[in-house]
Write a protein that binds this ligand. Structure first.
Ligand SMILES: Cc1cc2nc3c(=O)[nH]c(=O)nc-3n(C[C@H](O)[C@H](O)[C@H](O)COP(=O)(O)OP(=O)(O)OC[C@H]3O[C@@H](n4cnc5c(N)ncnc54)[C@H](O)[C@@H]3O)c2cc1C
Length: 586
């Protein structure tokens, strides 16, 4: 529906509310807006429209990359009545850089994946954040054996290092099969059967066959290669943030798109990107420690029907002007706002539009109570079908390195797992899912630091343990696999806990078997749907990494999704004000 049609279909009050000259609203709006009425007709219809008409009230839920990028774009386009509600006491969401002695450690996003066309890369580059990135940090590839800092050490549970040439041979085979997994989506190759539509099932099947059919390998080499396959699948599931590659859809795997270029780290911390986005957002716009309980959308219509004549004292009864700098908001019926955002602290905030950027994990857990009326069934299905799991990091700091100078990582290959069909462990064996520890380089920046990876349910088991237990278990693992009983306990340990964070519930999304890119788009679709012509449009918009069809799971996907939704609103108001200029007397 175009905006002219939309305007014509709105009730008189609704049009009044959206296009009311700003002078009439001087008393009720928060004083940030100018009361001047511009007579500049040559202006862009959006900027002149936003100057002379009532500013729409926009609430952004979440101050991660998606929420902050959406807010930045809205403010840049002249929207002034924007409020960000963030549940935790800090901005950044799944970007969390922690100062640990001299080192800046990333509990969340670490690498900028790709350069040209990656907005995160351009922000970093334009602001000199990549200046001290080393060659090694720029060239991290997926499951790479060699970096400029050294070579990966594959160790078995018997304390033996697997010879380099054997690791290389297996790695080539695995990477060849990985390329085959991409073909299903990219070349439209059909999967044999739905039961075979899994990256894990396919990879295990093809790699195993090739290993078993290789006439040059003896039985023990075959067994070692099969054990390496399990370790590679653990690494792959950490990268996908899936519980196991068996859950990742083969037919959709190739849709995730890599931006060309290297992978970069930001030596001063990924958080610098968050700070750059937040730099131009007035601090009073962002309300921290402000969890949202429920979004009542289509609110004024329902409320008028249900509570006609009643005095709803719950609304705004808890207002506090000094509450994180938030401005007070008036009763929704006073201006016919279609939305009421109910916060955990009982404050109700009225809005014309809400941009929801909470993670897929948080939506899975809360969607039933977070939206009133409930989300449409197809959106619920999309939320249920798409996958998200926990990938956690474990940082271990040592006084001295116990690894050799040419070692860039230590990988754990369990020889007794060669025949395993599923990589899932009971709680007491959670540590078997730790796939490797990377050596953080350069030591002048990080000291002697290892960074371990674990994913799935086992990551949640790890999160339940205390630091002491995890440090002990990791030490035992390292001693056993390197064959060095003298490895000391780490001086310090630091871990992420993305799974137990009630406002995150997982690390990043993946296309689970049975889901597809269409589900990401369904998740992104604003409410009410376009076919619902009577209700005010674009009430609830959705951003966040999981809503990006090609770049889900990434920082750039999150950032772009926020920009996308802010642009959607901007375009609507541009059309609306253009229509108003053309038809002033509708
Ligand atoms: C371990 C790990 C490693 C990663 N590595 C990389 C990497 O190397 N490269 C890369 O590109 N990406 C990486 N990512 C992914 C990247 O960090 C995310 O895709 C991105 O940060 C997500 O941003 P977002 O804004 O979509 O969501 P979030 O950052 O999750 O922001 C959503 C915000 O909403 C808030 N919220 C939730 N519920 C409520 C509520 N009810 N009320 C108010 N606020 C609420 C949350 O507190 C959160 O701050 C990694 C992520 C993790 C966890």
């Amino acid at each position: 529906m175009c905006m002219c049609q939309f305007l014509l279909q709105l009730s008189q009050t609704e049009v009044f509310s959206l296009l009311l000259p700003q002078t009439s609203l001087k008393r009720s709006l928060d004083g940030m807006q100018s009361c001047e009425i511009s007579s500049d007709s040559t202006d862009d219809p959006l900027s002149s429209g936003l100057r002379i008409h009532r500013q729409p009230r926009i609430v952004v839920i979440g101050a991660g990359l998606a929420g902050l990028s959406a807010t930045k774009v809205l403010l840049e386009n002249g929207f002034r009545d924007v409020t960000v509600l963030e549940a935790s006491d800090h901005i950044g969401g799944r970007v969390q850089s922690v100062q640990h002695g001299r080192a800046t450690l990333e509990l969340g996003a670490t690498w900028i994946h790709g350069a040209c066309g990656n907005p995160v890369y351009h922000l970093a580059e334009d602001n000199g954040l990549l200046e001290h990135t080393t060659g090694g940090e720029m060239n991290v590839e997926r499951i790479s054996l060699y970096t400029t800092n050294g070579v990966a050490h594959y160790q078995t549970n018997n304390g033996k290092r697997i010879p380099k040439d054997l690791v290389e041979e297996f790695s080539d085979l695995y990477n060849e099969v990985y390329e085959l997994t991409q073909e299903f989506f990219q070349n439209g190759k059909p999967v044999c059967a739905e039961s075979q539509n899994s990256v894990g099932v396919f990879t295990r099947d093809v790699v195993c066959k090739r290993i078993m059919l290789d006439p040059d390998d003896c039985e023990s080499t075959k067994k070692l290669k099969l054990s390496m396959l399990q370790q590679y699948l653990k690494v792959e599931s950490c990268e996908s943030s899936s519980p196991s590659m068996d859950e990742v859809s083969l037919s959709e795997f190739g849709e995730w798109t890599e931006i060309p270029g290297a992978h970069y780290v930001i030596p001063k911390g990924f958080m610098k990107i968050v700070e750059l986005l937040a730099r131009d957002i007035p601090s009073k716009t962002i309300c921290l420690s402000k969890p949202v309980r429920c979004i009542h959308w289509n609110y004024s219509a329902q409320h008028q029907e249900v509570n006609a004549g009643s005095d709803d004292t719950r609304l705004d009864n808890n207002h506090n002007e000094n509450n994180h700098g938030c401005q007070p908001h008036e009763h929704p019926l006073s201006l016919g706002h279609p939305i009421c955002v109910e916060c955990e602290d009982e404050e109700w905030i009225t809005a014309d539009h809400v941009i929801v950027t909470t993670s897929l994990g948080a939506l899975k857990e809360n969607h039933e109570t977070m939206f009133s009326p409930s989300l449409p069934r197809d959106k619920v299905f999309a939320i249920e079908k798409l996958g998200i799991s926990t990938t956690d990091k474990i940082f271990l700091e040592y006084e001295e390195p116990f690894w050799s100078p040419e070692c860039n990582s230590i990988h754990f290959v369990w020889e007794d797992e060669a025949q395993l069909e599923h990589l899932a462990y009971p709680e007491e064996l959670w540590y078997k899912k730790i796939c490797s520890f990377d050596v953080l380089h350069p030591p002048e920046r990080y000291g002697y630091m290892l960074s371990g990876w674990i994913c799935g349910q086992e990551a949640l088991y790890m999160e339940r343990c205390d630091d002491e237990t995890v440090a002990e278990i990791c030490t035992e693992l390292l001693r056993r696999f390197t064959g060095n009983p003298d490895i000391p306990k780490p001086r310090r340990i630091l871990r992420s806990s993305w799974g137990s964070n009630p406002y995150i519930r997982g690390s990043y999304s993946f296309t689970r078997v049975g889901s597809s890119g269409a589900d990401c788009e369904r998740l992104a679709m604003p409410l009410p749907y376009a076919n619902c012509t009577k209700a005010p449009p674009l009430q609830v918009l959705f951003a966040g990494e999981a809503t990006h069809r090609k770049y889900y799971s990434t920082a750039h996907g999150a950032l772009m999704s926020g920009q996308r939704e802010a642009t959607r609103l901007t375009e609507m108001y541009r059309d609306l004000h253009r229509a108003q200029t053309i038809k002033p007397n509708i």
